[in-house]
Design a protein around this ligand. Structure first.
Ligand SMILES: [Zn+2]
Length: 209
């Protein structure tokens, strides 16, 4: 009998769906190490590839929440959360043009009522795709709408604005819409096409020492 396995837990969001509760109850079942670990869903091909980890060379951060987990439903279903400390300098994961910036919100809390209080940067990649970096620190934006940025260019710092249950970066590639909160799409960082919860992401475009 095939079992779904939840391999990691996270404190990012306390809203646990019925599906998650069901899989948690199944988790203790032993799985043969010879068998490929089953997934809760089939990963479709990424629509955007070649992204660079959005932080500085030498830094690496862990995926704390993956696709379709807990709060990552609906428009945010293809998001990743990263366990980035407050103040981490975020950099452009690809070249593009800044479409939207907000960094004036001081409101935050572990409740969906704060969902529209997040600070963010939206970076257009072209082809109707863009990157959303969410929960940024108030007053930390280093770019403005219309500005062209190159890979690795500083954008803003990690904060805890909006709906958060612990500081983290919410990162998603999305199809552009009339809001900053648009439907996410499957995407891939250059170094790991199947980046999953618990995995560490580091930049691969940095000089080796
Ligand atoms: Zn998230």
């Amino acid at each position: 009998m095939k079992m779904a396995v939840v391999r990691h837990t996270s404190i990012n969001c306390l809203a646990i769906s019925g599906l998650a509760l069901l899989t948690l109850s199944l988790a203790p079942s032993p799985i043969s190490p010879d068998l490929e670990e089953p997934h809760l869903f089939e990963l479709p091909p990424p629509e955007v590839t070649g992204l660079v980890a959005p932080w500085s060379c030498g830094e690496e951060f862990t995926v704390s929440l993956g696709h379709h987990e807990r709060s990552h439903q609906g428009p945010g279903q293809w998001a990743w959360d990263f366990a980035t400390p407050k103040g981490t300098l975020l950099r452009a994961p690809a070249e593009g043009t800044i479409r939207m910036v907000r960094d004036d919100s001081l409101r935050h809390g572990c409740n969906p009522a704060y969902a529209w209080d997040a600070n963010y940067v939206v970076l257009e990649l072209g082809g109707g795709y863009e990157v959303l970096l969410l929960h940024l620190e108030a007053g930390s934006a280093l770019v403005e709408p219309g500005q062209r940025v190159s890979v690795g260019q500083p954008l803003a710092r990690v904060g805890d604005s909006g709906y958060v249950c612990g500081t983290h970066l919410h990162f998603q590639v999305q199809k552009s819409c009339s809001s900053w909160w648009c439907p996410s799409v499957p995407a891939a960082f250059s170094e790991d096409l199947r980046l999953e919860p618990g995995q560490v992401l580091r930049r691969t475009d940095c000089p080796t020492s």
